[in-house]
Design a protein around this ligand. Structure first.
Ligand code: SF4
Length: 496
């Protein structure tokens, strides 16, 4: 992955400016405002670096111009030296033109020797418009430095690749020739760069209002700052599709109380009305009907899974969800104290076989299997059945017994205004069982659990590993305990 930086206008600053010139200005004139930390950036950076290093194998025997340990001038000088010395493949080649510093992931000399090819590596699965801007900036700088760029490519993950045995780097990555599109974008860059320099030199913050650009193509770092004026329960908190939230905002219709109810869909209207009146919805017959679809023993099941751009195990594809953990609370009868079972894979091994065997050993045949959002758990079970033909029969026997605790909340048979229009368990739990909460857990959502798994695989300190595993088990256990308690609450509000 190319990194860039200098006291001038870096590639990342230009990309920021292309998204919003106010973001560019704020990057140079930090506001007197404490921005919250962004915990998942480090994980993304680590994954990006791993992908970038792996992609270097597409052009082996190149020489790297390292970022760490070399000043910017030293990186530029080293690049010049390598080019002059006849090196054909340079990793992280560094250039500066018009005070714009860029690093090129893979720079490859043409066979004829008089031109160069740029290969930009991304961990996505296709070419995005922002990638074209990214490479256009690199090409602009390289041309400015007197290099002739004959072609440019975007190297991305090919998610059709199925790993079998050793990783085949040439199949994992797909290279798309983006030369024509990049050339088109490059033409406007001199003007854009001039414009951005002017913006950065301004003393006044640009008068740019919030808009769809705040999250497109990336979630802007300055959202907490620029969105301070948006009240709680605003048009932006409305769930569901079908309305252009910025249309309302631009008309001054921001607070729930201002919104024209007749222009909202039924679910949104309910969300607004119940919030304003602090009112709940309940259809006891429907809740009762749902409870009637369950039986005992009842197994509350939750999987945690991870994915990775680089398939870690045989028979997996890039970004395939791999289950590594489950929690299971089994109740023998309504209201009975649940028995708890759990599994968390050891680091670095394919967890699917062991997880499947342990799961089948504890879920009795014929038991009702309760999930929260059954599509995910069923998908995991189907994949395991496909992967292990000898376990398929046992898994397929349990699949039709899967029920979904989300159903009465998705249908709004039961809805509490504190759920903020959502039927996610993270919103449903505090509204239904306020004394049970994810707050204060070190791992508090599925994304954090996935990052913890990756972290676990990289740890070798036994004490840290034990502590991390404890936090992972605690989080997953709460997911199924939450289901036990939510079901108990449903039984209380809709007694037969
Ligand atoms: S939050 Fe929106 S308006 Fe503010 S700087 Fe970012 S993109 Fe621009």
């Amino acid at each position: 992955m190319a990194r860039s930086g200098s006291s001038g206008l870096s590639k990342s600053l230009i990309l920021k400016g292309l998204q919003c010139q106010k973001a560019l200005w704020l990057a140079k004139h930090p506001p007197d405002f404490e921005l919250p930390p962004q915990p998942d950036l480090q994980a993304k950076f680590v994954a990006g670096t791993e992908v970038g290093i792996l992609a270097q194998q597409l052009f082996p025997d190149g020489i790297e111009v390292p970022y760490e340990g070399l000043s910017f001038p030293a990186q530029l000088a080293r690049t010049k030296e390598l080019i002059a010395g006849g090196t054909d493949v340079i990793y992280e080649a560094s250039f500066s033109f018009s005070a714009i510093f860029v690093k090129v992931d893979l720079l490859v000399r043409d066979d004829q020797g008089d031109g160069w090819q740029i290969y930009e590596v991304k961990m996505g699965t296709g070419v995005k418009p922002v990638n074209l801007d990214d490479v256009a900036i690199q090409q602009y700088v390289l041309n400015g430095c007197g290099l002739s760029v004959s072609r440019s490519f975007l190297v991305h993950i090919d998610n059709r690749y199925l790993r079998q045995d050793a990783l085949e780097v040439d199949k994992l990555f797909a290279s798309e020739d983006i030369s024509v599109k990049v050339a088109a974008r490059q033409q406007s860059l001199p003007e854009i760069v001039r414009d951005f320099r002017q913006t950065m030199a301004e003393h006044q913050e640009p008068a740019i209002d919030i808009g769809p650009h705040c999250t497109d193509p990336y979630e802007c770092d300055y959202i907490p700052y620029c969105w301070q004026h948006i009240p709680e329960n605003s048009v932006f908190d409305l769930r569901g599709k079908g309305i252009n939230k910025f249309d309302y905002y631009n008309q001054g219709l921001v607070k729930f109380a201002d919104l024209p109810l007749d222009r909202l869909n039924k679910a949104q209207r309910q969300q607004v009305e119940t919030t304003l009146k602090q009112q709940d919805l309940l259809d006891t017959n429907k809740v009762d009907e749902f409870i009637e679809t369950l039986w005992y023993p009842l197994c509350h099941l939750d999987f945690e899974s991870f994915n990775s751009p680089i398939p870690k195990f045989d028979d997996t594809r890039p970004y395939q969800q791999i289950p590594f953990q489950y929690s299971l609370h089994i109740q023998q009868s309504a209201g009975a104290e649940p028995q708890h079972f759990e599994y968390l894979a050891p680091p670095g091994v394919d967890p699917r076989r062991e997880l499947s065997e342990q799961l089948l050993a504890v879920i009795p045949e014929g038991a009702c299997v309760l999930t929260y959002n059954q599509a995910f758990e069923k998908g995991v079970l189907r994949n395991l059945a496909e992967l292990f033909p000898d376990l398929a029969e046992a898994i397929n026997l349990r699949l039709p017994n899967v029920r979904d605790l989300m159903t009465p909340f998705r249908r709004r048979d039961v809805y509490r205004w504190q759920m903020r229009g959502s039927y996610s368990i993270k919103e449903v739990l505090p509204a239904m069982v306020p004394e049970l909460s994810y707050a204060g857990l070190e791992i508090a959502d599925g994304m954090a659990a996935m990052q913890a798994y990756h972290e676990m695989c990289a740890l070798d300190d036994p004490a840290m590993l034990a502590e991390l595993r404890r936090a992972m088990l605690e989080y997953c256990r709460l997911d199924t305990l939450a289901m036990v308690r939510i079901l108990a609450e449903l039984r209380t509000i809709a007694p037969r």
